[in-house]
Write a protein of this length. Structure first.
Lengths: 116, 115
């Protein structure tokens, strides 16, 4: 069966510090991968998605970047955190290709980031 | 472009009474529709999905939803609320032609269950 992992689970960082959040998927190959942010009391905002190694699409201009160095690894980064980067970050995956038409996205447990 | 509107940001019900969460969508193409649930500080869990098969979809934990194309609605119901149903619920649409199979989320409905 497939599983998705995120770490760390919680993180407290000072303004201006770097960030690296990691997401890995097991039990599947060539998944589509997604990073979402959920600010307090708000819905989910798609930040990045990737359909393959090294292929990153950005949905909103921001202080963050994403990378996919391996097929089942997705990393969210920042060089200098802002207060507004605080939130709950969720990674998700779905099947790629034609199977994506009927399959849902599967979400990880999330990372709670607080920038002080 | 597609969009999703959850008509209630908060719903309060008593334990044992029915739950109704309303969702309307707009889409230029045949959509796939989902309901997810999120408990505090947790990831999202799929409750059910509609992908152009039966219009009445049954999900986990006694939830079901009915796809009504004429009304562009996908409301979520449960006959009898349980305390464990207290959570936030998201109605989600995916358009088949969307690049990267992206999802569009509604704003969420927070459900409070009173004993």
């Amino acid at each position: 069966s497939q599983t998705i992992h995120q770490w760390p689970a919680t993180l407290v960082q000072p303004v201006g510090s770097p960030l690296s959040l990691e997401c890995t998927v097991e039990g599947t190959s060539n998944p589509n991968l997604y990073w979402y942010r959920q600010a307090a009391g708000r819905g989910l905002q798609l930040l990045f998605y990737s359909v393959g190694i090294g292929q990153i699409s950005s949905e909103v201009p921001q202080n963050l970047s994403a990378s996919r160095p391996q097929d089942r690894q997705f990393i969210l980064s920042s060089k200098k955190l802002l207060l507004s980067d605080s939130g709950f970050y969720l990674c998700a995956w779905t099947q790629s290709g034609y199977r994506a038409l009927i399959h849902e996205q599967f979400f990880g447990p999330g990372t709670r980031l607080t920038v002080l | 472009a597609q969009s999703v509107t959850q008509l209630d940001s908060h719903v309060s019900v008593s334990e044992g009474t029915p739950v109704l969460l309303r969702c309307n969508y707009s889409s230029s193409y045949s959509p796939s529709l989902f309901w997810y649930v999120q408990h505090p500080n947790k990831g999202l869990q799929l409750l059910l999905k509609y992908t152009s098969a039966a219009t009445l979809v049954k999900g986990i934990n006694g939830f079901e939803a009915e796809f009504k194309k004429s009304e562009t609605s996908f409301h979520l119901t449960k006959p009898s609320a349980h305390m464990s149903d207290a959570a936030e619920y998201f109605c989600v649409v995916r358009v088949i032609k969307a690049a990267g199979n992206k999802l569009t989320f509604g704003g969420g409905t927070r459900v409070l269950v009173k004993p």
